[in-house]
Design a protein around this ligand. Sequence first.
Ligand SMILES: [Mg+2]
Ligand SMILES: [Zn+2]
Length: 239
Amino acid sequence: MENQELSGTITRADSRWIIVCDFDGTISCADVTDTLMEKFGHPDWQLLETRWKNNEIGSRDCLSGQISLLDVSRQQMDECLDKIKIDPEFCRFARWAKTEAIPLYVVSDGLDYAIERILSNNNIAGLPVIANHLEQVSERRWRISFPHFDPQCQFASGTCKCRVARTLNPRAFLVIGDGRSDFCVAAKASHVLAKKSLLTQCLKGGIPHTPFNSFSEVRVCVEGLTIQDSLPIPSQENV
Ligand SMILES: [Mg+2]
Ligand SMILES: [Zn+2]
């Protein structure tokens, strides 16, 4: 299959709303960071994971600690990333969004390098990816930095998705996600497509949402939303 050039989706000035889509567990089947840590991390990575799950630390501190425990060459990392599968319907969905001129952003609290490689493995090119920045510091050592961190974010996430969404389009955004990294942005979304713990969070918080399992359902749902009628467009002051 040829590469699908999707970058045109972000240049449409007439779009009134955008899609903010999570990567790990939403587009990808497995969580990339967990997969890398299980394979190449010092076992202490689990201690950080537990502290994060218990809300003792935010994902920013969790991830910086975990990435410093990685011991892996670039070649080994690439081989591992190349085995990670994505939702087989995502590519078709991304193409459809482009046809419909709906701006689609991958906004992730994971690793930019991994996401870009996995998308490219699946012949998806040109989708904007906003995530934490992974860089190699020596043969087997890596470092992560957080260009989209927001000290105000109550979840202390590495990438604060609510800040990113606000910057991209303060008027209206649809969130697609599955977990804790989506909680901050889901609370401010016009509508959420949710699975797993994000679904529980939407139910608990009374957040307007639709449950989904695969991207084939996402398209049907987005088509069913009449944007001007069903999606409230919040005023600038409210966001
Ligand atoms: Mg996720
Ligand atoms: Zn946030």
